[in-house]
Design a protein around this ligand. Structure first.
Ligand code: PEP
Length: 244
């Protein structure tokens, strides 16, 4: 039985007061209730410590949005996976399409980062997904399969690695693939990941309270990676509450 994971990707949003307030609101919502899913927030680096303080003692975990492929060293401006673990983070998002686009991250770099994350005892959430033109030309399964093979860490296991399928054209656009299209890609990822049937595969791309229930009910969707809707505690909570 795969336990669902609802993960919030705050991206480059939130000054100190906003971040503390959002993390505290999520913690308040999560504290008194019983959960059918794991909960995770991934604030920007600057908010990690305060977010960890705000959710301490609640079931909400905290993760980073990226890390370096080395555990320490001369890499000005970077943050190592060990630094994230040291703070108390348990997860790190890697290979998000915005990092692939903005920073030219390749599959090989994502793989190296994911291996470093595992070495630092962090669970990498490895993101894959096709662009709109790749989908329109019928290449979705080929592209996602190739990213998967190139980006997943050696030595990963179903318990220690999470995969997120995020069609690039669905991120922040309000558009989503059909349920059949989502299930087709997730089922392929489960077959091809080499991590076994137990690996958790999140869907990301315009997931919101109004569509979460149907997406989370798909057999191979094991949770969500939520961008925009994770910036409002009530929406994030509504999505978590839609877990079957
Ligand atoms: C994301 O960037 O990971 C994401 C899924 O964004 P949104 O939910 O805003 O589409």
């Amino acid at each position: 039985m795969r336990r669902k994971l609802i993960a919030g990707n705050w991206k480059m949003n939130g000054l100190l007061a906003d971040g503390v307030s959002l993390a505290s609101q999520v913690a308040e919502l999560a504290k008194p209730r019983s959960h059918d899913c794991d909960l995770l927030i991934c604030p920007p680096f600057t908010l990690l410590i305060e977010a960890l303080r705000a959710v301490a003692g609640t079931p909400v975990a905290v993760g980073g949005q990226d890390c370096h492929a080395k555990l320490s060293g001369a890499h000005t401006g970077d943050v190592s996976p060990q630094m994230l673990t040291d703070l108390g983070c348990r997860y790190v998002i890697l290979g998000h399409s915005e990092r692939r686009a903005d920073h030219g991250e390749t599959d090989a770099e994502v793989k190296a980062k994911a291996e470093a994350a595992l070495a630092a005892n962090l669970t990498p959430i490895v993101c894959v997904g096709e662009t709109e033109s790749e989908r329109d030309s019928g290449k979705t399964l080929e592209v996602v399969g190739r990213q998967l093979k190139g980006s997943l860490p050696e030595g990963g296991t179903a318990e220690k690695v999470v995969i997120a399928y995020e069609p690039v054209w669905a991120i922040g656009t309000g558009r989503t693939p059909t349920l059949d299209e989502v299930e087709e890609v997730h089922a392929m990822i489960r077959r091809e990941s080499g991590l076994g049937a137990g690996v958790r595969i999140l869907y990301g791309g315009s997931m919101k309270p109004s569509n979460a229930k149907e997406l989370l009910a798909l057999p191979d969707v094991d949770g969500g990676l939520i961008g925009g809707a994770s910036l409002k505690a009530a929406d994030f909570w509504a999505i978590a509450s839609a877990c079957p």
